[in-house]
Design a protein around this ligand. Sequence first.
Ligand code: PMP
Ligand code: GLU
Length: 394
Amino acid sequence: MNQLSDRVLGMSTSATLAMAAKTRELKAEGRDIIGLSLGEPDFNIPDFIKEAAKIAIDENYSSYSPVDGYAELKHAIITKFKRDNGLTYTPGQIVVSTGAKQSLANVAAVMLNKGDEVILPCPYWVSYNDIVKLNEGVPVEVQTSIENDFKLTAAQLEAAITPKTKMIWYSSPCNPSGSVYSKEELRSLADVLQKYPNIIVVSDEIYEHINFVGEHVSMAQFDDMFDRTVTVNGVSKAFAMTGWRIGYIGGPEYIARACNKMQGQITSGANSIAQQATITALNEPPSRIKFMVDKFKTRRDLIISLLNDIPTFKNNVPEGAFYVFPDISYYFGKELRGHQIKNATDFSLYLLEEALVATVTGEAFGNPNCIRLSYAASEEQIIEAVRRIKESLK
Ligand code: PMP
Ligand code: GLU
């Protein structure tokens, strides 16, 4: 008997988390897997943030917080948005959630009616598609090209818009491609959106600090886009606080109010100790975490130079985040050590079994020709992983 809802039966399991679970399982069996599947900084949380959490425990921050976050945390978020992004939000425009993933899920739940379309430039972050579908929206996947650094062009955006388009969701720096939209590129998308004033933009900026080209641009920085953009961010990536589960949005007040109502019925708000620690994290200037960004850049350069040595891989050069997204479609229709490679999923599973390297199939990100490798790993692991991949492809 299976009494599960159609809604959940129609949903995919998160490919990133599934591969992480599989890696853990294989490691527990004693297999020497190098995990390049999960997008999670491999640094410890900085001590000053840990201290703030300990103090919060001792000071008895143990009751329910306001559903949309402590006032002091909202203040820290407002200050951060102003300092880092030049955005001016009021407390009523901010909602703190249990990770940026919940922030995104809230926005989908409060915005989508059945059949509303959400434009997702491909490759998109793994959960966007299922979050939209779970809320009866229709993901409209728009393929970009590696030649254009996996970025959506104004013409592609215009062609994808229909009377049913409700939102566009994108991340910059992008998970999984590492692409970073420049101000001119975002402006050209905003120019198209000017003709369609009802479309809301969800700008996922969780990797904003992990940017190797310099300028991070928020869609809401354009005055004419501010009132129709939801800016999503969190502390998982910048402060290596993935398990502490704090994300937040800044956006139009009516959307923030609805998200507040939604999570008031679902989670009652985010963890009180983690919220207190986040105040301390956000009050620090981004220079405090520059050491992590420098490390990621060194690793980016390393993995790209190693992958460029595999002539069958087509690589773009990621400008941010901590992923590479090579096109490996050369192998489709070929046989490797008795494995038939029909698609990116077969290729990713082949690497797991034969190279003992965990990656994620591009199909989970809406691009069937690529795989994603996370370089949030040590330089030794990166060198060994690419050596094993090369060896397995000989
Ligand atoms: N957006 C993007 C683009 C991500 O890569 C992630 C993964 N951490 C999230 C949102 C969700 O982050 P979290 O829920 O850990 O804040
Ligand atoms: N965002 C990370 C990733 O893309 C963590 C996993 C997840 O939240 O799905 O791998």
